[in-house]
Design a protein around this ligand. Structure first.
Ligand SMILES: [Zn+2]
Ligand SMILES: [Zn+2]
Length: 332
């Protein structure tokens, strides 16, 4: 990399110029390197150091060859400038912590507000206000923000998955409940595949994380609405909301279990078919025709004649499909 030259002749390892090329430039030997490669122009080295420091004038820079750290000497600044610089550095160092503190603080107060609103919603406005006014402020400051935290943690308990696992693993137990076997069709094969198909999504999935978050924070509102709709006769707001929430969670859980079980069965029964003309017609072209139709509709009514042209073809392909299905049925 660095150019060697005749003894006694200095040559800058950055710009390769020698004394002959530029007799006015100032030289420096800033490191332990020996021979002619120890020499470098002052001005070239400044540019090199600036490039390495990338704006941070205090960052140390070393020779790439011998790893010696360059000795950079700063002249003394005035007293005022030194104080200003010290202050500047202090601000630089403290800012991230301050910003983090503000962020945590605002999160905390958001949680407190959410907790208070939820508390009023669940207990009832008048009663809740009276309770909060008489309550110990310390308990309120800890208890209220704990409400959203508890909701999110509670939402992470996936009891539906536990039920699904129970159903899939202990078919014999679940079969005793006729309602269950109505909701959940049992797969006929053994259950070894369950292990390969984990049903529990984790928090690392950003979509499920936001879903858990939103679901948890909306739960009190939904509970209170369901409670008001279904249990109007109950006077106590707390009891009504709790019943509403319980109903909502149960119904939602059952629907979710049903959907998951259906998807599970579908996935188990999928098959990849042979690439024969018949199958192409049945499964591939069908989607193609639909796409063509949609495109033509998008292009507007001006192309009505073209759209009509497709219909006989479509009718034909439907006939072919029917024929194929009959053939399939006969074979099997
Ligand atoms: Zn140079
Ligand atoms: Zn060196």
């Amino acid at each position: 990399q660095r150019q060697e030259s005749a003894d006694g002749e200095r040559s800058c390892w950055i710009c390769f110029a020698t004394d002959e090329d530029n007799c006015l430039a100032a030289w420096v030997k800033p490191c332990k390197c020996r021979g002619s490669t120890k020499w470098v122009h002052q001005s070239c080295l400044y540019r090199w150091v600036d490039e390495k420091q990338k704006g941070n004038a205090l960052r140390s820079v070393s020779c790439q060859q011998c790893q010696t750290e360059y000795i950079i000497v700063f002249p003394q600044m005035g007293k005022v400038a030194s104080i200003l610089e010290a202050f500047d550095n202090l601000v630089k160092r403290v800012s991230p912590f301050l910003a983090a503190g503000v962020l945590v603080g605002s999160l905390y107060w958001t949680a407190v507000t959410y907790g208070a609103v939820t508390f009023l919603q669940i207990v009832g406005h008048k009663k809740g206000l009276a309770l909060m006014e008489n309550g110990d402020p310390l308990i309120l400051l800890i208890g209220l923000p704990a409400i959203p935290v508890a909701l999110v943690l509670g939402r992470m308990i996936r009891w539906e998955d536990a039920v699904i696992r129970l159903i899939r693993n202990r078919r014999s137990v679940a079969r005793k409940f006729p309602l269950m076997s109505f909701i959940i069709p049992y797969p006929e094969e053994d259950e070894e595949q369950t292990a390969q198909n984990p049903v529990t999504p984790t928090l690392s999935d950003p979509v499920s994380a936001t879903r858990i978050f939103c679901g948890a924070l909306l739960l009190p509102t939904i509970s209170s609405i369901v409670g008001r709709l279904l249990f109007e006769s109950i006077e106590n707001t707390l009891h009504r909301t709790l019943l509403g929430g319980l109903t909502f969670i149960t119904v939602k859980g059952i629907l979710k279990i049903y959907l998951k079980q259906q998807q599970y069965t579908r996935r188990k029964k999928r098959r990849i078919v042979d690439y024969t003309e018949e199958n192409v017609r049945n499964y591939v072209n069908r989607a193609g025709v639909r796409q063509q139709q949609q495109q033509q509709q998008q292009h507007g009514g001006g192309n009505a004649a073209a759209a009509q042209n497709i219909q006989p073809q479509q009718a034909l392909s439907q006939q072919q499909q029917a024929a194929a299905q009959i053939r399939n049925a006969r074979e099997s």
